[in-house]
Design a protein around this ligand. Structure first.
Ligand code: PAF
Length: 276
């Protein structure tokens, strides 16, 4: 496994390269992205992982400074997951001090997380576009837990013609249903005990829809009640949306999704579920 820290040192390759963009603090969820990347690369291909805590996607006063950066553990993780190449630049390597061009998606970014985190997806699109140019992958893998991010990246790739296949990877969960996330480690013991209520709420929404309930207010109310069983949870949003447009809808349609973001203290967790 080779580690590159500068843009100019990243080698071009004739092999099929599949990229897993990450911000490090790698966990089982990333392990699954890497496994899927390996499968997509084929036995002759190459798996590249980028590790970069992207300042552009954090709000001022957000958790950029305290975001975990376990360098050695991440490298070890990648080595044992059979990664071929790590790209781990510094912020100065990625952004010139007078940096003034960014990439912005202007439709899907206006709902859900985009509403509560203005500028977040501009930061994500900008860094992902840069990683695509630097590493020139044939394909890239993103997790479905960040459903909105995945939809926005797909839109960016379509709209600016990146010749890159985008592969969505199912959410990996802890045994109690909590979606794996680097931010789970911020949770106190009590918050961690209560956090599976998010998955339980989404499953309740799915159960109601499977029974034939179509009305958003009824489905979302039921989910809200489950979240209320976790007294430390504070809902940022809980919405029924069309999975393609990400616009809120009043009743379940063929392509519907319930998405949520919930705070436990300062820690904001997201999750989602498709409805039948
Ligand atoms: O999902 C993430 O970890 C980040 O948003 C990404 C895609 C690596 C861009 O910084």
């Amino acid at each position: 496994m080779e580690i590159f820290r500068t843009v100019s040192s990243v080698p071009a390759t004739a092999k099929r390269r599949v990229l897993v963009p990450t911000m490090g603090a790698l966990h089982r969820g990333h392990g699954e992205l890497i496994r899927i990347a390996r499968e997509a690369a084929g036995s002759d291909g190459e798996v590249a992982v980028s590790i970069f805590v992207n300042p552009l996607q954090f709000a001022p006063g957000g958790d950029f400074e305290k975001y975990p950066r376990p360098e050695t553990d991440d490298e070890e993780f990648c080595r044992s997951a059979d990664v071929d190449l790590i790209f781990r630049p510094s912020p100065e390597e990625m952004y010139a001090s007078d940096f003034s061009v960014s990439v912005e998606e202007t439709s899907l970014s206006n709902t859900l997380c985009g509403k509560s985190r203005p500028g977040h997806f501009r930061g994500v699109c900008t860094v992902v576009a840069k990683l695509f140019h630097i590493l020139t992958p044939d394909a890239a893998v993103f997790g479905e837990k960040d459903f909105q991010q995945l939809a926005i990246i797909r839109r960016m790739v379509r709209d600016v013609n990146f010749p890159i296949e985008i592969i969505g990877a199912p959410t990996v969960r802890e045994a109690d249903g909590l979606a794996c996330s680097s931010r789970n480690q911020y949770l106190s013991q009590t918050e961690r005990q209560q956090a599976p209520a998010l998955r339980a709420a989404l499953l309740e929404a799915q159960r109601l829809a499977a029974q034939g309930e179509r009305a958003a207010p009824i489905i979302l109310d039921a989910a809200r009640k489950v979240i209320a069983t976790a007294p430390l949870a504070r809902i940022d949003y809980l919405e029924l949306v069309n999975a393609e447009t990400l616009q809120p809808i009043e009743s379940v349609q063929p392509n519907s999704l319930v998405a949520l973001a919930v705070f436990f203290g300062q820690t904001r967790l997201i999750d989602n579920i498709r409805l039948p």
